[in-house]
Design a protein around this ligand. Structure first.
Ligand SMILES: Nc1ncnc2c1ncn2[C@@H]1O[C@H](COP(=O)(O)OP(=O)(O)OP(=O)(O)O)[C@@H](O)[C@H]1O
Length: 238
């Protein structure tokens, strides 16, 4: 079942055309990676999918809904990773989960979620006192508190130490195993190779390559996604 269908998506900021013509499909229950260089338009595309930005052209459906005209309904069914600035430093872990659960008509049991994601021991800790890894864990739990069918994660593991990244990968796989569709923007090729069922590489506002990690590696005639990415996008390391 297709959960996200985008055709010819266009978006400009004033005169700067960021998305030229993005076309892609995301299927239910997959981890779908979006890769591409800085400024390629990855975040803009994800923001259009979650209704945060209004596209200038093309068609876009998420769970069969138009993110612009049916945003309220869509927000009840998707989860979006918060940016760090979205939470006040003084809020406690349990308070944040309870607060975000209150935004949804049919939220998950936030106490059970807190437990499942290992956050109970930190329930009285203030957000500002958490390390990066614990903050990410809380962001994942908050993205799931509305019982979403689709979750958007944008550079979730940036800034994490290797152990925290690995732990976060496990959490993302757990999400998929519960049937949640995950859209993951990342700059880490090892992460994309380890986690993603399918990947779209966006460059200069278009999907330039799409496929499973294995398909992209074969297409690039390389042995790793990292090498394939450079071969396929013809970018050189300066
Ligand atoms: N609100 C905005 N107003 C004006 N320009 C913007 C805005 N948001 C993004 N841009 C510009 O649009 C382009 C694409 O940005 P976007 O964040 O979508 O790219 P990205 O692929 O996610 O990049 P990165 O990998 O660096 O996070 C960039 O040139 C950026 O400067």
């Amino acid at each position: 079942m297709t959960v996200i269908e985008i055709n010819g998506l266009q978006k400009s900021y004033k005169t700067h055309r960021v998305l030229e013509d993005v076309t892609l499909k995301v299927e239910k229950g997959e981890i779908f990676g979006i890769l591409g260089p800085n400024g390629a338009g990855k975040t803009t595309a994800v923001e259009c999918m979650s209704g945060l930005r209004k596209p200038d052209g093309g068609t876009l459906r998420v769970l069969g809904l138009d993110p612009q005209t049916q945003r309220a309904e869509l927000l009840q069914r998707i989860g979006t990773q918060l940016q760090e600035a979205a939470l006040p430093d003084a809020i406690k872990v349990a308070e944040a989960l309870r607060l975000y659960a209150s935004f949804y008509d049919e939220p998950a049991d936030w106490r059970a979620l807190m437990d499942e994601w290992g956050l109970t021991e930190k329930r009285r800790a203030r957000f500002g006192s958490l390390s990066g890894g614990w903050k990410q864990r809380l962001f994942i739990a908050l993205a799931l508190v509305g019982n979403p069918e689709v979750v958007f994660l944008d550079e979730l593991t940036t800034g994490l130490d290797p152990a925290a990244r690995r732990m976060t990968w496990g959490l993302i796989r757990d999400m998929r195993d519960r049937g949640v569709t995950v859209v993951l923007v990342t700059h880490f090729m090892d992460e994309a190779e380890a986690l993603c069922d399918r990947i779209a590489i966006i460059d200069r506002g278009q999907v330039v390559h799409e496929g499973t990690p294995g398909e992209l590696i074969s297409k690039g005639h390389t042995n790793s996604l990292d090498d394939a990415y450079f071969a396929l996008t013809e970018r050189t390391v300066s």
